[in-house]
Design a protein around this ligand. Structure first.
Ligand code: ADP
Length: 294
């Protein structure tokens, strides 16, 4: 997949660098912020934003488990949860009590199974979880969040984006900049697939390449007889991906253990590596690497 280089980390201080000059309508502070953001994102080889047309399709579960599957493939991976209103990743990873350290105006990510994790959930005090933030403040928080985390060198940054096609996903996609690729999660039913088409149009309008579509909750393998049962139908995401001419990355079957592992804070692909569902997630991670790095 063709990618646009956001910045060159080693040269962004030089006057000759395109990111060094001040852009029209930009004040000194904004210029510094932009350069810092460019430098931060410049040390990340692949930026993946995991999106969904609506909530509840398994976007966060997919983001967490895909990130861990990428670690299993030997990649250096960061996972960023920018869902201001419902950050669920700290709980899914069992690190909800972690307190990220701040060093020289940077926030150090929390380490979990070799994954570097940052979530709005770490920074918003527990009692203020039902946080009310209006547009510009929300954007500022998302911006600081992307800019101030000391990820270090990463092969992949997986971003769990707020659902839908509103202001928050828009802010995230714009701030992540060029070279970012979308991974879209859907469930197989027609109603979910319709929402995903909106996500694809959204990416198209923002000129954001779509790395692929994942169909989650796609069938259920009966633990007693091994037969595959299509609880929410199956194949809808794949048909839609073909129709919309975007790659299909694979299907993730339903497994009740995935719900339990999310609730218990024991990451699924680590706790149940031999299940069909974990194998499917690892297969998708390999597909994704192949598409992102070719
Ligand atoms: P979203 O981020 O889209 O709102 P979540 O990842 O929070 O969705 O998932 C919603 C619920 O569905 C969670 O309880 C999660 O454990 C469950 N879930 C997600 N994917 C699967 C799956 N493949 N099998 C079983 N349960 C799943």
């Amino acid at each position: 997949m063709e990618k646009t280089q956001t910045t060159c980390d080693s040269c962004s201080h030089k006057a000759s660098c395109s990111s060094a000059g001040t852009k029209p309508c930009e004040n000194e502070q904004e210029r510094r912020n932009r350069q810092l953001m460019d430098r931060r994102l410049g040390s990340i080889k692949n930026k993946l934003v995991v999106m969904s047309g609506k909530g509840g399709v398994g976007k966060s579960s997919t983001a967490v488990n895909l990130a861990l599957a990428l670690v299993n493939e030997g990649k250096r991976v960061g996972l960023l949860d920018v869902d201001i209103h419902g950050p669920s990743i700290p709980k899914m990873l069992g690190v909800e009590d972690a307190k990220p350290r701040a060093v020289e105006e940077q926030i150090l990510p929390v380490m979990c199974n070799e994954l570097r994790v940052m979530s709005t959930g770490f920074l918003i005090p527990q009692e203020k979880k039902a946080i009310i933030l209006r547009g510009p403040k929300k954007n500022l928080l998302i911006q600081q969040f992307i800019r101030d985390v000391a990820w270090g060198e990463l092969d992949y940054l997986v971003v769990d984006c707020p659902p839908g096609t509103g202001d928050e996903p828009l802010a995230v996609l714009q701030l992540m900049g060029s070279g970012t690729m979308a991974v879209i999660v859907t469930t197989p039913q027609d109603v979910a697939v319709l929402d995903v088409k909106k996500s694809l149009t959204f990416c198209e309008e923002l000129k954001m390449p779509v790395l692929g579509v994942i169909e989650n909750m796609s069938g259920f393998v009966c633990p007693h007889c091994g037969e595959m049962v299509d609880i929410f139908k199956s194949g809808g995401g794949q048909v839609m991906a073909e129709e919309m001419k975007v790659p299909f990355l694979g299907r993730i079957p339903i497994d009740p253990a995935l719900v339990k592992s999310g609730d218990d804070g024991t990451p699924y692909v680590v706790a149940y590596p031999d299940t069909e569902t974990a194998k499917a997630i690892c297969g998708i991670a390999r597909n994704l690497i192949q598409k992102a790095e070719s």
